[in-house]
Write a protein that binds this ligand. Structure first.
Ligand code: SAM
Length: 245
């Protein structure tokens, strides 16, 4: 279903995404709670539990599309504040909010913020123990390129974890979810940021994202082994996992 929203050309996709996150950076964390009814916290905690980061100062994780640092902070806490996280995002406004939050949590020594594109990572091959990306990969115009980059910068034995909205596989929940995402989310977007259209675009992007199986196949194609996925909340979100072996 398209709900009358125009198709976005690939070229303008990144521009639209950037506009959304520049606009909402300061209110991003509140928006997440409102739009997911708090569920994003549960999903993110589950992702970090699945990662089970080593409690070791040599443990290096790259959190791509890391925005305001939510995943990175959780990983560092789970490592007893020993691990180091690099938060990479294409959007300086989101990273600025993240840096402020890191300072408040006294985690600045454990985090580095890097403004760059997921499709062109400014890191050497075999640099990280883990690559995480939460609610970010569907915003990247060339997902295959981003996945290849993930594979390149991971060490052998490194772990890929992707948390993303996915295909709901429960009757009734899917209908409720449609109402929620196509009506409530753009409405909240207008209330909080004054503009509904960028949120309509984000909701559309969820519908266009490949389902669990197809996305798992893309991850394998990028070179990852032992690719699996776990559904959260009836498939509203899913966690995909792969290893660079
Ligand atoms: N991971 C954070 C979280 O879960 O709260 C933020 C997710 S936010 C929905 C999506 C993020 O993806 C935004 O901060 C946006 O700037 C970033 N992003 C979009 N396209 C990107 C790209 N090509 N490379 C890196 N980051 C990108």
């Amino acid at each position: 279903t398209s709900y009358g929203f125009r198709d976005v050309q690939e070229g303008e996709k990144q521009g639209l995404v950037n506009d959304v996150f520049h606009k909402v950076a300061k209110r991003y964390d509140i928006m997440n709670d409102v739009m997911s009814a708090g569920l994003h916290r549960v999903w993110k905690n589950a992702m970090v539990a699945a990662l089970n980061p080593r409690k070791d100062p040599g443990y290096k994780v790259l959190d791509v599309a890391g925005g305001t640092g939510d995943i990175a902070f959780r990983i560092i806490e789970a490592s007893d504040r020993l691990a180091h996280a690099t938060v990479l995002d294409i959007n300086g406004s989101m990273l600025a909010v993240g840096a402020e939050r890191a300072a408040k949590k006294e985690l600045s020594d454990n985090v580095t913020f890097v403004e760059a594109n997921a499709e062109e990572l400014p890191f050497e091959d075999n640099s990280f123990d883990a690559y995480t990306i939460a609610f970010g990969i569907r915003n990247v115009p060339h997902i295959d390129v981003a996945l290849k980059e993930a594979h390149r910068v991971l060490k052998r034995g490194g772990r890929l974890l992707v948390l993303e909205f996915s295909a709901v596989d429960m009757p009734l929940l899917d209908r409720f979810y449609d109402e929620w995402s196509f009506k409530a989310i753009p409405h909240f977007g207008r209330m909080i940021t004054g503009d509904a259209e960028p949120y309509q675009y984000l909701v559309e992007s969820i519908r266009k994202f490949p389902n669990q199986r197809d996305f798992a196949a893309m991850i394998s194609k990028a070179g990852f082994s032992r690719v699996t996925f776990t559904n959260y909340t009836g498939g509203i979100a899913a966690l995909h996992s792969g290893w660079k072996l």
